[in-house]
Design a protein around this ligand. Sequence first.
Ligand SMILES: C[S@@+](CC[C@H](N)C(=O)[O-])C[C@H]1O[C@@H](n2cnc3c(N)ncnc32)[C@H](O)[C@@H]1O
Length: 251
Amino acid sequence: MTSDVRILDQRTPEEREHPFLPGMGKAWLMPLYDVFSRVSGVGALHRRAVEVADVGPGQAVVDVGCGTGNLSLALLAAQPKARVTGLDPDGHSLRRAARKARRRGVSLTLVQGYADRIPAEDASLDHVVSSLALHHVDDDGRVAFARDALRALRPGGTVTILDFGGPMTDAHEAHGVHGGQGHQHGHGPFHFLRHLSQLMRSRVAQNPVVARNLGNGIVTLLAEAGFDDAREVDHVDHRFGRVTIVRATRT
Ligand SMILES: C[S@@+](CC[C@H](N)C(=O)[O-])C[C@H]1O[C@@H](n2cnc3c(N)ncnc32)[C@H](O)[C@@H]1O
């Protein structure tokens, strides 16, 4: 099978001026994204999301807020016959995703654009997936994303969202999204990565959009858009906070 990797730009002139929150909160940190993602165990979260999404051969999937393509590539590793498109406003991350897809010899379409306009015809997708991206999207964008996912999915198609949030307990509040581990001394790359880890945890804690994910936030977002059977199917207590996996179906 030959690898077909392409990047398309679907942004309007106005959208090109539109600010967005990059993967690590700051554009200059993005070259570290993949190493940071690897050491902080995001790969295991992606593998769980892939299991939940359960993509079949030949099925069409859009990965919303795909960043450097790690969830898209995990989907293709599990189901090489899937037709995967990654969507993200960040051109640097998309180019990195394209390089990785070519190195692996897989086919991947990458679209530069925003979550509120999923690059697919009406009722044409089998799955919409999204990992750690919804908390980067503002209130209007979240609602528009949920409605557009419903438009783009065929009846029976599913949306699977992995992100910080879900029901919180006192323990999560002490150690998770609202927690902190205090300052730790040290030098070298591990100290730097630990420092980045603390930075990420506090960014998550301070992010007002993460607050929209708490409790039933994502479930309600999808139900109000018209999805059926929206529910948390799993959660993981990650060092940056509680991560929820929510799945819903278009009837
Ligand atoms: C933390 S990264 C997650 C990347 C990838 N999904 C992963 O799991 O590694 C969040 C991503 O959301 C993207 N993003 C920010 N605003 C967005 C928007 N309005 N629509 C779609 N993606 C957006 C960022 O560019 C970034 O790549």
